[in-house]
Design a protein around this ligand. Structure first.
Ligand code: 13P
Length: 249
């Protein structure tokens, strides 16, 4: 059975002090929730990862990084390596978020390298993809997503996919308040699962969790998450993450 996952991408929010408060609150909430098949992942900024990782050591919350460099080490000012993340017990990394693609020029080709490095270090990857509004309007969204998945991930072996989580984040729905309808999310998730099934064996497609991200709110989380091919959410709004967790109570 596929894992259900509720993940929070904190983006560039929360100082060290604020992180302690938020993690404490989330830990309290998670305590009261039945999470047999559900994973809870938080991705705070780099400066707060170690603290969050230490605080959550003995609880259900897992900690992920929001990005990582593809090289092992070296002259890459301002960057963070897989080894550095692993040294503070961070085993999961978000790669290919649309904000990284848009503002930092991350391409599918570069992301393929980052994915390789993360997997070579035994890390788990949350690989984000999704179309911009113009692509959706022109009916190009399936083509764009197909390219993001193929170029970023289709060089992997079936075995590699055990450490891959997918996250469909239509760019037009991120932070805009506009959400993909549950049907639109399901349609894209099913399309992606079928793509994976065609390239690999159907077992790979069946086991990969595909999250939805883009203005998930307490009011729509339940309906979106209940769709057959939607295995949870990648949520940007921190208050919303707190409230969405309550839905599992
Ligand atoms: P919002 O939940 O703020 O739309 O952000 C989604 C997102 O970008 C998660 O990675």
């Amino acid at each position: 059975m596929r894992n259900k996952i509720v993940a929070g991408n904190w983006k560039m929010n929360k100082t060290y002090k604020e992180t302690k408060v938020l993690v404490k609150d989330l830990m309290k909430q998670v305590k009261g929730v039945k999470l047999t098949d559900t994973r809870v992942i938080i991705a705070p900024p780099f400066t707060n990862l170690q603290k969050a990782s230490k605080m959550t050591k003995d609880c259900k919350i897992e900690v992920a990084a929001q990005n990582m460099h593809q090289a092992e080490s070296g002259a890459y000012t301002g960057e963070i390596s897989a080894d550095m993340l692993k040294s503070i017990h961070v085993e999961t990394v978000i790669l290919g978020h649309s904000e990284r693609r848009e503002y930092f020029g991350e391409t599918n080709e570069l992301l393929a390298k980052k994915v390789d490095t993360a997997l070579a270090h035994g890390m788990e990857v949350i690989y984000c993809f999704g179309e911009v509004l113009e692509d959706r309007k022109s009916g190009n969204h399936f083509k764009v997503v197909e390219e993001q998945i193929k170029k970023g991930l289709f060089h992997l072996t079936s075995d590699d996919w055990k450490n891959v989580i997918l996250a469909y984040e239509p760019v037009w729905a991120i932070g805009t308040g506009e959400t993909a309808s549950p049907e639109q999310a399901q349609e894209m998730h099913a399309f992606v699962r079928e793509l994976v099934a065609q390239r690999y064996i159907s077992d790979v497609a069946e086991q990969v969790s595909i999250l939805y991200g883009g203005s998930v709110k307490p009011g729509n989380a339940k309906e979106i998450f209940s769709k057959e091919d939607v295995d949870g959410g990648l949520i940007g709004g921190l208050m919303i993450l707190q409230r969405s967790l309550k839905r599992y109570k």
